[in-house]
Design a protein around this ligand. Sequence first.
Ligand SMILES: [Zn+2]
Ligand SMILES: [Zn+2]
Length: 57
Amino acid sequence: MTSRNDQNQEEDTQPQRVPRRTPMACQFCRGRKLKCDGRPICANCERRSIACVYVPV
Ligand SMILES: [Zn+2]
Ligand SMILES: [Zn+2]
């Protein structure tokens, strides 16, 4: 037996981690049902060189 178990404990203790960023899609991705990566300028908008806009609900 190795004593490696100590480091793996932290992840199991928290049942649900609430991510800080809301998994929200930007306007463009939402309209096109694309998968938005949630970055300030998401990949889809960056690729098209359009403005990435997030609209709060
Ligand atoms: Zn997007
Ligand atoms: Zn976008």
